[in-house]
Ligand binder design. Structure first.
Ligand code: FES
Length: 109
């Protein structure tokens, strides 16, 4: 079972970036916590494939309601990864399935 991080590593309503080895390959991830829910996506923008965070771990828009790509400002729903605004509108971040167990965020794939 691959551990991604501890729930307590992420402030409620905030995000972090982590790199985790999955199936033998290092993957850069976006991890967002909303209360007791955690959402994880591959840190690659569907627009041109670059990481979303120009400042490491800063993935959220100013109002904290969306994941934002710092490169060209695309906005993504936190709970689905669906792009609602920007050059990749209606595309998706790649979801990484996760589950919570005893305060740890685990890869559920
Ligand atoms: S690289 Fe993300 S919006 Fe262009």
């Amino acid at each position: 079972m691959t551990k991604i991080c501890d729930l307590d590593d992420i402030e409620p309503g905030a995000s972090i970036g982590v790199t985790v080895e999955i199936d033998g390959n290092p993957k850069m991830l976006i991890v967002v916590r909303q209360e007791q829910h955690v959402y994880a996506y591959i840190n690659s923008c569907p627009h041109i494939g670059s990481p979303l965070d120009l400042q490491p771990g800063k993935f959220l828009s100013h109002d904290k309601k969306n994941i934002m790509c710092s490169t060209h400002g695309a906005l993504f729903e936190i709970n689905t990864g669906h792009c609602t605004f920007g050059p990749c509108k209606d595309d998706h971040l790649e979801v990484l399935p996760v589950r919570l167990e005893k305060g740890a965020v685990l890869f559920a794939g």
